[in-house]
Design a protein around this ligand. Structure first.
Ligand SMILES: Nc1ncnc2c1ncn2[C@@H]1O[C@H](COP(=O)(O)OP(=O)(O)O)[C@@H](O)[C@H]1O
Ligand SMILES: [Mg+2]
Length: 45
């Protein structure tokens, strides 16, 4: 199993686009893919 993290604290820099395109390609190649989303702001105090 591999874990890939796409992270940046800024919005609108292409994180979601990268994740969706990467997941689509991996699925096409026969990999099983689990997407998880972490929001930095949840942990802000
Ligand atoms: N490589 C790119 N070239 C041009 N526009 C892009 C590229 N990657 C993302 N975008 C556009 O930038 C905007 C923000 O992308 P998004 O993936 O939602 O960013 P984030 O998830 O970091 O907030 C969207 O309108 C998306 O279509
Ligand atoms: Mg996003």
């Amino acid at each position: 199993m591999s874990v890939v993290l796409i992270g940046n604290r800024r919005g609108g820099v292409g994180k979601t686009t990268i994740v969706i395109n990467m997941a689509t390609k991996l699925l096409e190649k026969g990999y099983r893919v689990l997407l998880d989303r972490g929001d930095c702001c949840v942990y802000k105090r």
